[in-house]
Design a protein around this ligand. Structure first.
Ligand code: C2E
Ligand code: CA
Ligand code: CA
Length: 578
């Protein structure tokens, strides 16, 4: 039994007759008195009273005098059909089964029609019954086509329709509408790795949380897979959005409790204002999207309010993002290598993989031009896998061509550690490329470790067991937490180039670099100095027993073919010396 029939089961069915002639009421009273079903009939002679009764939610079925005769009746008929929530309407006409009657049913959404000229108890009861049944079917269809099946929230189409209505009302009453676009960060990954069932649970829980902050469900919509729209209408000033944002912050800072354990997801909220920043629906939606992307720069729960002038900056970022997605598919990425040498022999013993993007129109792009965008959008994850895959293939090339099997190192971004599939995917890449993990080294910064400590530690341990090793990159620029150094199976430490640069010119820095080297050695770590540009720097490093060095003095980042040629030359020198 549907909700609707449950509601009316213990009370008479309420009919509202809308007819200009009071005698029509008498006619229907007779039918109602003789009918088997219990009815309660009310009458009104004009459309305005009918609207009021509908608004008060009093009516179960509306009997409407032929609306083709009056324009406002047609409006009323349309009103009863918006939102799929309204009341079934039986249109009262003079002609039975005329084309006009069919048009009323099909085009304007009347649920049935009844000929006044051939009125009988049977026809009356049948019309009401049919109207209610048809209406119920339509409501279900409406529900399905306008709501998201998983969460029950309005879908994008419905939400946008309501938003449009809210804008019209705000325009008429000089009020504001605020749109919040909330993106569940990392949802896609959770969905892919933990399964859709749990993904659906997360979405439902999200809707429950959002509803706690809203006056009604009508303010909410699921506008894409992991995005929700929230509208706040009737605001007098922009500051009134703050309590809602604080509440969202509080709610979304709490982890989701799943049968398999807890999971924390960040969310990014973009906020746009009508009519302050946006003058129409399209602008409002677009600006909320732009602000949401801006909020994504910050991990955890964050929000950003759209500011005028942000459009042009962001549209460039958007096109870069779209280009980068294409770059991943079209093989436009290149992995360059910078040699790393043994400080004593100056022989190349390793090489750091550094990504470049061969952009079709903008030329060779450096990492600082696209990595921040890739991190913000999560594209760093597929990019990172491409890098690992490429480095593994290159390591194999060295082996198969009997070139020195130097270690190839790969930079890992903090964002990659939030991918729950990281270890599994890397393991699979090792298997499919048949690369020896001992030839691969990963570099990560202290801040990357701090952001996701537990998962990062776990990952490092698992990959170390496979034979790969880990280096702490840019040492000295982050937290420099020695606790980390002791706890984690990190076997290499790379001193940041800013220290190396100053090491030979200023007293303090010299002492710091010496201390770093001896600290790392005490922890049995191998020390690499980065950014070595001058012979003096190399001498200094040799003096204090730094193990390896990397920098323009020994070679700039170069393509793999050039690295191979360099290694070949080194091999040749060895042979001729030998
Ligand atoms: P990084 O990991 O610290 O890489 C070393 C950077 O220092 C490289 O810049 C390199 O070209 C530069 N460099 C090397 N020797 C010298 C020198 O003697 N003097 C000076 N002034 N600079 C030197 P690049 O290639 O522009 O990379 C910048 C950053 O981009 C890297 O810093 C790394 O954080 C990031 N990156 C590069 N490739 C990848 C990648 O595949 N994945 C990730 N997640 N990040 C990457
Ligand atoms: Ca690095
Ligand atoms: Ca570095």
């Amino acid at each position: 039994m549907s909700n609707e029939s449950q509601q009316t089961v213990n009370r008479p069915l309420r009919l509202l007759l809308v007819h200009p002639n009071p005698r029509a009421q008498a006619l229907f009273q007779i039918l109602v008195a003789r009918a088997e079903t219990a009815y309660e009939l009310s009458w009104c002679c004009d459309i305005d009273s009918a609207r009021t009764a509908l608004a008060m939610d009093w009516v179960d079925v509306l009997l409407l005098h032929n609306p083709l005769r009056e324009e406002r009746s047609v409006d009323l008929l349309k009103l009863t059909n918006t939102d799929g929530s309204a009341v079934p309407v039986v249109v009262l006409g003079r002609l039975l089964r005329s084309s006009g009657g069919r048009e009323l049913i099909h085009k304007m959404g009347a649920a049935d029609y009844l000929s006044i000229l051939q009125l009988s108890l049977d026809a009356f009861e049948k019309a009401i019954h049919t109207a209610r049944e048809r209406h119920q079917q339509r409501t279900i269809l409406h529900q399905i086509s306008h709501h998201d099946i998983v969460t029950g929230a309005a879908n994008r189409q419905m939400f946008v329709q309501r938003l449009q209505h809210a804008l019209q009302m705000a325009d008429a009453h000089q009020k504001r509408v605020v749109l919040l676009q909330l993106n569940l960060d990392g949802f896609q990954k959770v969905n892919d790795s933990l399964g859709h069932q749990l993904g659906d649970d997360i979405l439902r829980e999200t809707v429950q949380r959002l509803l706690l902050t809203l006056p009604s469900a009508e303010h909410l919509g699921r506008i894409s897979d992991n995005q929700f729209g929230i509208m706040l209408a009737d605001l007098d000033n922009r500051e009134q959005v703050m309590p809602t944002l604080y509440q969202l912050q509080r709610l979304f800072n709490q982890p989701y409790l799943l049968p398999s354990g807890q999971i924390s997801l960040g969310c990014s909220i973009g906020v746009s204002f009508f009519p302050d920043t946006a003058h129409n629906l399209d602008e409002l939606l677009r600006q909320a999207g732009i602000a949401m992307h801006e909020a994504k720069r910050h991990p955890g729960v964050s929000h950003h309010m759209f500011e005028p002038g942000q459009d042009s900056k962001t549209s460039e970022a958007f096109s870069l993002e779209a280009d980068f997605r294409r770059a991943l598919r079209r093989n436009e990425l290149r992995l360059y290598y910078q040699p790393r040498v043994d400080v004593r022999t100056e022989e190349t013993v390793a090489a750091e993989g550094l990504i470049r993007w061969q952009h079709p129109t903008r030329g060779l792009l450096m990492p600082n031009e696209f990595i921040p965008m890739a991190e913000r959008t999560g594209l760093i994850v597929p990019m990172g896998y491409w890098v690992i895959h490429q480095a593994c293939q290159d390591a194999n090339f060295l082996r198969h061509h009997r070139l020195p099997q130097i270690q190839l190192s790969i930079n890992l971004s903090f964002r990659q550690f939030s991918d729950p599939m990281l270890t599994r995917t890397i393991t699979r890449i090792f298997q499919t490329t048949q690369a020896d993990p001992r030839n691969i080294e990963f570099e990560l910064t202290e801040s990357a470790m701090m952001k996701n400590e537990q998962q990062t530690t776990q990952c490092i341990k698992e990959l170390t067991e496979l034979g790969a090793c880990f280096a702490l990159d840019d040492f000295g620029t982050g937290y420099s937490s020695f606790a980390h150094l002791q706890r984690l199976p990190l076997t290499r430490l790379k001193i940041d180039k800013s220290f190396v640069k100053e090491a030979t010119s200023c007293g303090d820095n010299e002492i710091i670099v010496r201390a770093m080297i001896s600290l790392a050695h005490n922890l049995r770590m191998l020390v690499v100095a980065e950014g070595v540009e001058t012979p003096e720097q190399l001498l200094f490093l040799r003096q204090y027993r730094c193990d390896q060095a990397q920098g323009f003095l020994f070679g700039r980042p170069q393509c793999f073919e050039d690295l191979c040629r360099m290694l070949e030359g080194q091999q040749y020198r060895h042979l001729s010396i030998g």
